[in-house]
Design a protein around this ligand. Structure first.
Ligand code: NAG
Ligand code: NAG
Length: 439
């Protein structure tokens, strides 16, 4: 048989072509919070996300039946949340079965329920009764799902980065003593056995200072040097993710997937927080999407893709107390984009560029004048911020003096640009393969 007629070669080439034809579009998850009195009905939201955006998964902060129902048959993955207060009762198998009967069974699998998040940042917020019952409740819920035959639904629990004792340098990171062996090791063991992800909420926004603005925003900067590994970190997202990875490794669980359950940057805020603006939000979310979709991973986790949920879908006018909290949304309640970073399908017309702090910004951010950041003290903040309960991301602990950051509107187009380059490369490869296959 001539090599060109070898069926296995054809099969391999065919599979390669299939792989290449799969669209190279971005995809991303969002947190769909509902603390607004002007938000559109869930059915409109589901239709909008499915038809107009690259968002392929959502996470909600409760088990809102209207939302779960609205996403039926959309193909969009839906992760739901057990309210913190329900955790102790769910250690009872009968209660857990009843919970599944009323919150999951009526909607699954028409709605692709993906994760059940047991509580939100429970270790951080407590009280101890919830902390002690967290892993037992996760296990009992999982058994209940298995009994129903719903094995595909995963169980996890999102954590604030308050679980880290330190994150600087990443090579020296570890979980806080007490939580490490008492809660996180058993949780990681459970996640490993059930092939679920370890959920963390990294916010570089809360690690911001005028001096490290570019480091927080995926913009060019001198970087943070980690002496122990010889790695220079070029953005704080990588630093935080590797700090989590090192901490997991110290407990013996380096290979459990990490899910970014929340991350975001507000497009507006209290007057003191000048860095909460649409330019920075576009830079951060654009950089994040590029990072996540590139599949590059981080210095210590090369090639790993992180399932990622942006906080948040909408600006939520009932959140607070700070204005920042109301302005984390990608969209306004009328579905207009707050800034454009490639969340809409490529065919959609971009929404107007963000206005505001642009042209007059100093050309040089303070960070560019600094030396290597191996011992920069402003990184203390990233591990000592305090979050806020429920669905709220942590209230900002940043007290930096008002400063116009080094804004650059063009950053917001990075994600789109890289996507078209990838598409062109794939198209060329397809043509080459077709020529090999059908000479
Ligand atoms: C490593 O972390 C520990 C605990 O936070 C700290 O005491 C120690 O100084 C750190 N070492 C380095 C080299 O940063
Ligand atoms: C970081 O820690 C150093 C030493 O403990 C302290 O002097 C400095 O003020 C801290 N910086 C911040 C931003 O918390």
């Amino acid at each position: 048989m001539a090599p060109s007629e070898n069926p296995s070669l054809h099969t391999v080439l065919f599979l390669l072509i299939l792989l290449l034809i799969v669209p190279a579009t971005n995809s991303i998850g969002v947190n769909y919070g509902t603390l607004g009195d002007n938000l559109p009905p869930p059915s409109q939201v589901a239709h909008f996300l499915k038809t107009r955006t690259v968002i392929d998964r959502i996470r909600i902060f409760d088990v809102n039946k209207d939302i779960i129902k609205a996403f039926a048959n959309t193909g969009i993955l839906v992760s739901v949340t057990v309210p913190n207060g329900d955790i102790p009762s769910l250690t009872d198998p009968r209660t857990a079965r009843r919970w599944i009967d009323s919150n999951i069974k009526p909607f699954y699998p028409a709605t692709k329920i993906h994760y059940i998040c047991v509580g939100t940042e429970v270790l951080h917020w407590g009280p101890q009764n919830l902390v002690d019952n967290l892993v037992p409740a996760m296990k009992v819920l999982h058994s209940g799902l298995v009994k129903e035959g719903f094995d595909e639904i995963k169980i996890s629990s999102p954590h604030s980065l308050g679980i880290l004792l330190s994150s600087d340098p990443p090579s020296n990171a570890s979980f806080r003593p007490g939580w490490d062996m008492g809660n996180l090791a058993p949780m990681l063991q459970f996640l490993k056995e059930t092939k679920s992800g370890f959920m963390v909420n990294p916010y570089t926004y809360f690690g911001y200072s005028p001096a490290n603005a570019n480091f927080c925003l995926f913009k060019p900067n001198p970087g943070l040097f980690d002496k122990a590994t010889g790695i220079t970190y070029t953005n704080q997202f990588d630093q935080l993710m590797d700090a989590v990875h090192v901490s997991m490794k110290k407990l013996g669980y380096p290979d459990v997937e990490i899910v970014v359950a929340e991350t975001g940057w507000p497009s507006g805020g209290d007057p003191a927080n000048v860095h909460a603006n649409p330019i920075n939000a576009a830079a951060y979310i654009g950089g994040l999407m590029k990072k996540v979709n590139s599949g590059d991973g981080t210095p210590l986790m090369p090639g790993r893709k992180f399932e990622t949920y942006i906080f948040a879908l909408f600006n939520e006018n009932l959140k607070g107390p700070s204005l920042d909290e109301k302005n984390f949304g990608l969209f306004r309640p009328d579905f207009t984009q707050v800034y454009n970073v490639g969340i809409m399908h490529a065919a959609q017309a971009p929404s107007p560029s963000p206005i505001g702090a642009t042209a007059d910004a100093p050309a040089d951010g303070p960070s560019s004048s600094g030396g290597p950041w191996d011992d920069a003290p402003f990184f203390n903040k990233t591990t000592s911020f305090s979050g806020s309960p429920g669905q709220a991301p942590p209230a900002s602990s940043s007290t930096g003096a008002p400063t116009i950051v080094n804004a650059n509107v063009r950053d917001s187009s990075l994600a789109t640009t890289s996507t078209s380059v990838v598409l062109a490369a794939r198209f060329a490869l397809i043509i080459i393969l077709v020529m090999i296959l059908f000479p």
